[in-house]
Design a protein around this ligand. Structure first.
Ligand SMILES: [Cu+2]
Length: 246
């Protein structure tokens, strides 16, 4: 009797420690969103990882809701899921990055498993899209995880100033950061659209930055060498002319 009581008392701190540990590192087990880049205006691929089922039950369906400031999303295909896009009409048409009128947007992406994802194995889902030009904005993707038994809504969004780690089932989210100097230049070369002309001052700044960057300097080096050789040739020519005239 007294031994059993002692065993219970001894087990208590261990149990408390285990609980504390599970609260300390919840993020790894939740549904998380990891962008390839979070730079404002950049094209990104966001990887959503699902770390476990619903209290032990295998996952059969994942629905990712797209935040309103993102218009169009392209999901990567997935061998174990049927992938479906849900489209919704916009209340008012908006102009996209190329000045085209857009009347609808991707509201959500739904992955339906052809083979359920066992609990204890992770899976990853990729969405490709252009980030809004909104440095400092947090993009939240409320996600519904449906399992053979039960469902988890990863839909909680932290209130102002609240630590997202305090939430029991936070929506996968990330914050948009400042635009990259080189990133915009890359986009410009890939898509020489009409809107680039309107952004001429910004574009010229990017070129200045690119000229200072390491990969541009070999070309500048060659240009300098060619210019130097031309100057030398011109000088030689002038010298020859001077000599022949004298
Ligand atoms: Cu979790």
């Amino acid at each position: 009797m007294s031994i059993r009581t002692f065993a219970r008392l001894a087990a208590l701190p261990a149990a408390t420690a285990a609980v504390a540990l599970s609260f300390a590192a919840p993020a790894s087990a939740h549904v998380t969103a990891t962008p390839s880049t979070a730079a404002a205006g950049a094209y990104t691929v966001v990887t959503f990882s699902v770390g476990h089922g619903c209290e032990g039950s295998p996952t059969t369906r994942i629905e990712i809701q797209v935040p309103e400031s993102v218009l169009s999303v392209t999901p990567s295909r997935h061998p174990f899921y049927d992938v479906e896009k849900t489209i919704e009409q916009l209340d008012e048409p908006v102009a996209d990055a190329h000045g085209n009128e857009v009347t609808e947007r991707t509201a959500s992406i739904v992955y339906t498993a052809t083979t359920p994802l066992p609990d204890g194995q992770r899976d990853a889902f990729e969405l490709s899209f252009q980030l809004p030009d909104a440095e400092g904005e947090t993009l939240s993707f409320p996600t519904i995880q449906t399992c053979q038994k039960g469902e988890t809504g990863w839909v909680e969004v932290p209130a102002d100033g609240q630590d997202p780690d305090e939430l029991e089932s936070p929506a996968p989210a990330f914050e948009i950061v400042a635009a990259e100097a080189g990133g915009h230049g890359d986009d410009a070369s890939a898509e020489p659209a009409a809107d680039e002309a309107a952004e001429a001052p910004e574009g010229s700044t990017d070129e200045t930055v690119a000229a200072d960057a390491g990969d541009a300097s070999p070309a500048l080096g060659w240009a300098g060498l060619v210019a130097g050789l031309l100057g030398l040739a011109a000088g030689g020519l002038a010298l020859a002319r001077t000599r022949s005239s004298s």
